[in-house]
Write a new protein. Sequence first.
Length: 82
Amino acid sequence: MAFVPRPGSFTLFKNVRKVEGSKMPDYSGDGLDIDGNAIEIAAWVREGAKGKFMSCTIKPKTATQPPKQYAPPPDDDQGIPF
């Protein structure tokens, strides 16, 4: 049975492809906001005065754009000079 997120919840997974010293997040995942809209989560582990903590960002999940379709030229001969 696949996990189905509920509104207001998300999952985070460790970023195994992170390059040391890069700005890539330590953890990332997705979920649903309170209204049920898809969101992306990114989290970085930081060191602070009181110990380790996570700094996170949340943004709307962008739909992937389908590849542009080739549009054939119109069939009129108006633009041909001969």
